[in-house]
Design a protein around this ligand. Structure first.
Ligand SMILES: NC(=O)c1ccc[n+]([C@@H]2O[C@H](COP(=O)([O-])OP(=O)(O)OC[C@H]3O[C@@H](n4cnc5c(N)ncnc54)[C@H](OP(=O)(O)O)[C@@H]3O)[C@@H](O)[C@H]2O)c1
Length: 250
């Protein structure tokens, strides 16, 4: 089975992506600080598909110095990786002028520095797996956001982190294309997860009203898009950003 690492895979979008990929036949290793209480149900769902597997390993991805060892440990346990989904992220909001420097630093550390360093080590493992063999290829998907390209008051620091993942995606696609590894980003609109629990019903209704399809996108919509990008059908798609927002930015 091909190994795929999904960061932030304990709940919300990450768990949705982990279940979708495991149900498509991948061996998914979900990472988060805590397993939470949704993993058992997710494993049952994956078992129904009778194709892949879902594992969980605890790690704090803001521990940048520990990422190299994490990569080594996972490789020793599971073997080389075929894919990586950089999904874990903080959604801290705040008017920039009022934000604590430490809060801005935490955002940049988890949303930007951590995926860059983790990708570096996973890509090394992908490259070493290809030496002397026929090209195995691979898939990387970075979870950005529509606010990386549009604007939203109170999310300037967060938006900066999400926009940076798009630049990362495009250049890395160029670097890894010769190895047959595709690198894409998804840009979801607002999703109903713990990250957006501050949005009240009226705000959610407003987001839906302002979207072409008059509704909000769901976790499953984004998970299906990632599943497609991991499929053979998407073999010639790289360096792109797929927006899944029910037409919020149309
Ligand atoms: N929700 C939205 O409206 C929306 C829209 C566009 C893009 N996105 C993006 O989608 C991604 C997932 O968001 P979500 O809404 O699913 O968020 P969420 O429900 O808050 O889930 C975040 C996940 O990341 C993990 N995580 C947080 N800090 C971590 C750390 N230091 N180390 C390891 N794992 C950590 C969490 O587990 P632990 O807390 O146990 O570590 C959890 O599994 C994020 O990149 C976000 O920017 C979300």
């Amino acid at each position: 089975m091909r190994n795929v690492l999904v960061t932030g895979g304990s709940r919300g979008l990450g768990l949705g992506i982990a279940v979708a990929l495991a149900s498509s036949g991948f061996q998914v290793i979900a990472i988060a600080r805590q397993q939470g209480d949704l993993m058992a149900g997710a494993r049952d769902q994956v078992a129904l598909a009778q194709k892949g597997a879902l594992h969980f390993r605890a790690f704090d991805l803001s521990d940048i110095d520990g990422i190299a060892d994490l990569g080594k440990t996972l490789r020793n346990e599971f073997g080389p990786f075929y894919g990586l989904v950089n999904n874990a992220g903080l959604g801290s909001s705040g008017i920039l002028a009022n934000m604590a420097d430490a809060a801005i630093e935490r955002l940049v550390r988890l949303n930007v520095l951590s995926p860059l360093i983790l990708t570096k080590y996973i890509v090394r493992s992908m490259m070493s797996a290809q030496v002397g063999t026929t090209k195995m290829g691979g898939r990387i998907v970075n979870v950005s956001s529509i606010v990386g390209a549009t604007g939203y008051s109170g999310l300037s620091a967060y938006s900066a982190t999400k926009a940076s993942l798009v630049g990362f995606t495009r250049s890395l696609a160029r670097e890894l294309g010769p190895l047959g590894i595709t690198v894409n980003a998804v840009a979801p609109g607002f999703l109903d997860t713990e990250m957006t629990h501050d949005l009240n019903t009226a705000q959610k209704a407003q987001i839906a009203r302002r979207s072409a399809l008059q509704r909000m996108a769901q976790i499953a919509d984004v998970a299906d898009a990632v599943d497609f990008l991991f499929s053979e059908k998407a073999r010639n798609i790289t360096g792109t950003v797929m927006t899944i927002d029910a037409g919020n930015t149309a």
